[in-house]
Design a protein around this ligand. Structure first.
Ligand SMILES: CC(C)(COP(=O)(O)OP(=O)(O)OC[C@H]1O[C@@H](n2cnc3c(N)ncnc32)[C@H](O)[C@@H]1OP(=O)(O)O)[C@@H](O)C(=O)NCCC(=O)NCCS
Length: 190
């Protein structure tokens, strides 16, 4: 297993290490980071999430990777791929997702990492399509989806099955990118 799976100009996307657990727990406990989730995670839940993704990355070669800033060595969150396992019109599918510490927002890290994850999905992993979804009013995350070339598929918008239908976070928007869209957007390709 390669320790670093994906490298960008400023980020290393790699499997999880023991030392990542503390900074990861801090961002998972931050209500600003978790605004669009039903609740924040406690330390045990955060550690379990990192352990689960570590095992998945080892087993399948993809998952939600620890995102490390090369210049500082700091782990600022995760970005990567997850299998959509709940019942939905677009499942089964592979989702691209991200979650970063509040201090790291606004520097383009999510877009930079996501572009590299998409390239990797369509090359190394040979996937044909990717989805992404979020609570409808998570404008920051939707902006990342648009910046990286994903398009809103309004027909796929859905109520998240794990959230009570009358909850303000239940309504989710679906975005997609497929291989043809990715190839068309790549510079230098005919
Ligand atoms: C979503 C998230 C990963 C974005 O990280 P980031 O590194 O700041 O993202 P980037 O800097 O690459 O891009 C953010 C874009 O959103 C824009 N943006 C920021 N706040 C915004 C807002 N309130 N409304 C609209 N756009 C907004 C930024 O201007 C930027 O776009 P620009 O480059 O065109 O100016 C980060 O905010 C986060 O971790 N949020 C909490 C977790 C989360 O919601 N995850 C997604 C759940 S599906």
């Amino acid at each position: 297993m390669r320790p670093v799976l994906i490298e960008t100009e400023r980020l290393r996307l790699r499997n999880w290490r023991e030392a990542d657990l503390e900074p990861f727990a801090r961002l998972n406990a931050d209500p600003r980071v978790m605004e669009f989730f039903v609740r924040a995670l406690d330390r045990a839940e955060s550690d379990a999430l990192a352990a689960r993704e570590r095992a998945r990355i080892d087993e399948r070669g993809y998952g939600l990777y620890a995102a490390e800033v090369k210049a500082s060595g700091d782990v600022i969150g995760f970005i990567g791929l997850a299998d959509v396992t709940f019942a939905a019109s677009f499942a089964p599918a592979v989702e691209i997702g991200w979650r970063f510490s509040r201090e790291s927002w606004g520097s383009g890290y999510a877009s930079e990492g996501a572009r590299a994850v998409i390239d990797d999905a369509f090359t190394r992993l040979g996937l044909e399509t990717l989805v992404s979804f979020t609570a409808a009013w998570n404008t920051r995350s939707r902006r990342v989806m648009e910046k990286i070339g994903m398009v809103h598929d309004a027909e796929g918008d859905f109520l998240h099955p794990a959230i009570a239908p009358d909850h303000k976070l239940a309504a989710h928007v679906l975005y997609r990118i497929d291989r043809a869209m990715w190839e068309a957007a790549r510079p230098g390709l005919a």
